[in-house]
Design a protein around this ligand. Sequence first.
Ligand SMILES: [Zn+2]
Length: 302
Amino acid sequence: MECRTEKGVRYLTSDAIEAEGSVNAFATRVGGVSGAPYDTLNFGVVSGDNPEGASRQRALNMRRLGTALGVESLRCALVTQVHGNTVVKFDPTEEPESGAPTKTEALSKTEALAKIEADAIISATPSTAVGILTADCLPILLFDPVTGAVGAVHAGWRGTYARIVVNAVEAMAKEYGSKSGNIRTALGPCIGPCCYTVQEEFYEKFLAAFGSSIDDSFKFVSESAGEGSERSVAFDLQSANKAQLLEAGVGPANIDLSGECTSCNADLFFSYRRDVTSRGGSGTGRQLSMIMATASSDRRCV
Ligand SMILES: [Zn+2]
């Protein structure tokens, strides 16, 4: 994974996936126009005293990211994220019964999608960007260079427990014929085990559901004195989702990990735990992670 700064906008990109025919980015918080505490490249829907100003800033941030990525008038399909395991399919230019859709129809489909409650989006329409917002949860981008299908997944602990990334891989297989062995994945910046401790019951809950495949994702970090005291355990979201991808048949060489912790890097990332839970702040922004297949005329003729 590579960190780039273009036109003042900083983002990470999986160069392995990019080389196979996609534009993909895990945006940082650097290079946008939003004011504190959402400074600056915030893509979250901010409900505050100035929602109009916030949505204008969001549109400006999208434009800035598009310019940095070399994508003219970037629009990104998003959903209402609810920490579940629902995957939605989004192909805005698929022909309705009445014939080819107009540009306005495709736009209104994006607006309708934004209201749907889900935590992953898949698409096989070239030049359609799908995205996910995070501020500690794990963003996962998926790409099948054979079919051109893409996916964006939001995996916090609840989504991870509910195996959302496996659902996304299976949905790409069912809807687009993607073989898991062909799917390339990139796991972006999220809260790292350095900053994410959980109770022992949390570990036991995962152990009961996943067995020993989850072992590497937990590390016991401390044991306080006294009878009945609870040990605290560090949880590694990236490792837990990597284990699920491997079980789903994704090759180890096709899993690209960022290794960045959102909570440790305040200059680069929003972090809900750091900014709101720990510091009692009024809010924090949301990072956008997005992927789109670049248009390819011969991909489907294999
Ligand atoms: Zn950390």
